[in-house]
Design a protein around this ligand. Sequence first.
Ligand SMILES: [Zn+2]
Length: 415
Amino acid sequence: MPLDILVKNVALWGADGLCDLGISGGRFVALEQGAATPAALILDADGRLGVPGFVEPHIHLDKALISERAPVNVSGTLTEAIEILWEIKRNYSADEIADRASRVLARAIEHGVSRLRTHVDVDPIGGTRPAQGLIRARERVSDLIDIQIVAFPQEGIVKSPGTEALMREVMEAGVDVVGGMPFNEASLEDSRRHIEIVFEIAKQFNADIDMHVDETDDPLARTLEMVAELTIENGWQGRVTAGHTCALASYPRDHADRVIGRLHEAGVNMIANPATNLMLQGRLDDYPKRRGVTQVKELLAAGVNVACGQDCVHDTFYPFGQNDPLEIGFLLCHASHMSQPAEIRTVMDMITSNAARALRIADFAVAVGARADLVILDASDAREAFATRTPRRWVIRKGRLIAESKVERRRYFCI
Ligand SMILES: [Zn+2]
């Protein structure tokens, strides 16, 4: 019985040497060097790196590409980015959101993203339309990518009456994860109540939690430690993720270490968002300017699971973004001073296995019996992959080849 696909000479991420991967019936059925089994399709990776897909753990598909018709964010701050969206959100339609999201998802798929978690605004301004739009977009591409949707109360919960009920409504309608933005409340007490409500909803739906936490340079912001405390109190260890956490980058060392220790204890997953935070944070600082990227190395050293994500794509927060995890990893190497070979390999983990752990994906591996998801990069190792960020050679999902690119190498001759 011939295989469906045989991928030869793969430098499999996390393994030594080269191997041949046999795929049949949507699963990996053989992992051995020199396999000579006949196959309907034979691909020679020729020593290229293979990963079980990239995992995008934090993006906002409902806002993606909105800059095509949004006013310019003149101050360049997070606050203005949020406020200039209000008028647009009032006129949102689910179909228009689904169309924009689908365009961005097409790019993610060709970049080899096999799993993705997107936040979606839930508030009385846009109502449930953004969530409906993303649920629609998810249905369109369900054969090509797995998507988790997070109910994100960007306008606050306590200070935005009606939001809590809308969050429960979208959870009922098929949204998977409960989001939050506790720093966007009027007082520390309200921030705590915001987090408590997030846990109440998560418990009602037995859902994971993924909050935007302390997306500010303010060294007095304290909601990250509240998230850690309430995670332990509610027994939700391992099921909570905190994105951005920029204030941690402004804390004095002793306080930062104490908070990082609590995060480890609580099993909170951390997502760095270098692109957006480098762009938005420290805007009002004189030199030296804070750059807002959370304490990646320190968190990793403490044993905390850290991943990194795109966050924004051509919206009022960030004018760039291709939904390519290699681009975000490349930025993170710079922002977090990760330049040694082992550190660069860790960044590759952050856009693959660490992100999969944050999203609690059970079968993320290239192994016999596992779902046959595989991306062959046009590079032999992680450093080359980040350095060149060339199109992915082949993207295989559930045993089916869904994308391929061939890079024509230009040659320059000195005269
Ligand atoms: Zn975000």
